[in-house]
Design a protein around this ligand. Structure first.
Ligand code: NAP
Length: 342
């Protein structure tokens, strides 16, 4: 399923897709009442490059650039021209007041990326927390980056309706990133609907989740916009070492879910002797070591937590770095051990 294919062939396909896709993003108008256009535009870097009139020569000369992580600003520049924080909060199992409090606590601690999904059933709480944080002066809308996803089955069968439902439930003006949660019979149709919402300024960037080499190879030639992000399961026991460079070489940013192994699996991973030893050497926690290892591999992290102390700890990833030898020792822990079915 994740076999490596001829990169050259795929790159050729992707360049032609990029040539079409980027022009479609030329004029994204502001949507929603929360956003103020001039400030929001300031989050978009490399805009000139993304919006200038493209010619056939541009397309021929274009090469997909691996996105560089900026450890000073703690952001990465997406191929859509927008910047995304390198670390954030996963909200998969958070609901009700616990969710609202966790998100507000995260925003107060400087977290600027929140990951949700229609399937998590908590978009309304996320939206409420964001709006309250804006009203309380903790953040401005343009300071944060909200990711959501639409699910296979009926949602992808009626994509316009489901995308609009996400926007309505979140109620924060625009959505920074929308993903297709999994491959599906209607995934191309759903992706094209997301492209239309981008053109209308209601979504800023789009991407995929749980797409691997074979799925990407089949999918990319069918759409106009190269995904800005692919979100897959990644942790030291399941490293995706064949898939990550493949995606990154296409100029797509990789985001890892279950960075700490996922609920029910964290104890073994956090207690792993190699990780614990490295953590002790840097006077940080095992969680911080794992998250930092991801960042140094160019993988964005969205650890899930409802615990304010953990949430704060998970933001403190920038005052230390792992040596090449430490990175290698963690790389050697790979077991190809998936902690979920997809
Ligand atoms: P995870 O981040 O690997 O692990 C979460 C667990 O780690 C929780 O039990 C949490 O407990 C604990 N934890 C967090 N920070 C900690 C720390 N500093 N020290 C000790 N324990 C810590 O798993 P996840 O939350 O399920 O996944 C992360 C996010 O990925 C999800 O929230 C979701 O946004 C996304 N996701 C996406 C997909 C997809 O298909 N695209 C699938 C699954 C998940 P406490 O609450 O006590 O801190």
């Amino acid at each position: 399923m994740k076999k490596t294919v001829s990169l050259t062939l795929l790159l050729a396909m992707v360049f032609s897709v990029m040539a079409c896709g980027q022009t479609a993003q030329k004029e994204t108008a502001a949507a929603g009442s929360i956003e103020t256009a001039p400030e929001a535009e300031s989050t978009r870097q490399g805009e000139e490059a993304a919006t200038h009139e493209r010619t056939a020569t541009d397309a021929e000369e274009e090469t997909a650039m691996k996105a560089e992580f900026d450890f000073e600003t703690k952001t990465v520049l997406l191929n859509s021209g927008y910047v995304m924080p390198m670390s954030g909060l996963g909200t998969y199992s958070l609901h009700g007041d616990e969710c609202i409090n966790a998100v507000k606590s995260a925003l107060s601690d400087g977290v600027r990326l929140i990951d949700t999904a229609s399937a998590y059933g908590n978009e309304e709480e996320i939206g409420q927390a964001v709006r309250e944080a804006i009203d309380e002066g903790i953040i401005r809308r343009e300071d944060i980056f909200v990711v959501t996803k639409i699910y296979p089955g009926s949602e992808m069968e009626n994509p316009e309706q489901s995308i609009q439902a996400c926007l309505d439930r979140l109620n924060i003006g625009y959505v920074d990133m929308m993903l297709l949660h999994h491959p599906d019979a209607n995934d191309v149709k759903a992706y094209k609907a997301m492209e239309q919402f981008v053109a209308e300024g209601k979504i800023r960037s789009i991407g995929l989740s749980n797409w691997y080499v074979e799925e990407l190879t089949e999918f990319l030639p069918q759409v106009d916009t190269v995904p800005a992000l692919v979100q897959n399961e990644i942790h030291p026991y399941y490293q995706e070492n064949d898939v990550i460079p493949f995606i990154q070489d296409l100029g797509i940013v990789v985001q890892g879910w279950y960075p700490l192994g996922g609920r029910g699996h964290t104890a073994e991973l956090l207690g792993d002797p190699v990780i614990s030893e490295i953590a002790q050497a840097h006077n940080v926690s095992s969680a911080q070591v794992i998250l930092r290892w991801n960042l140094q591999k160019g993988v964005v992290v969205i650890p899930g937590s409802g615990n304010p102390d953990h949430i704060r700890e998970n933001t403190e990833l920038y005052h230390f770095s792992l040596t090449e030898e430490e990175m290698e020792r963690i790389n050697d822990l790979d077991r190809g051990e998936k902690h979920d079915w997809y």
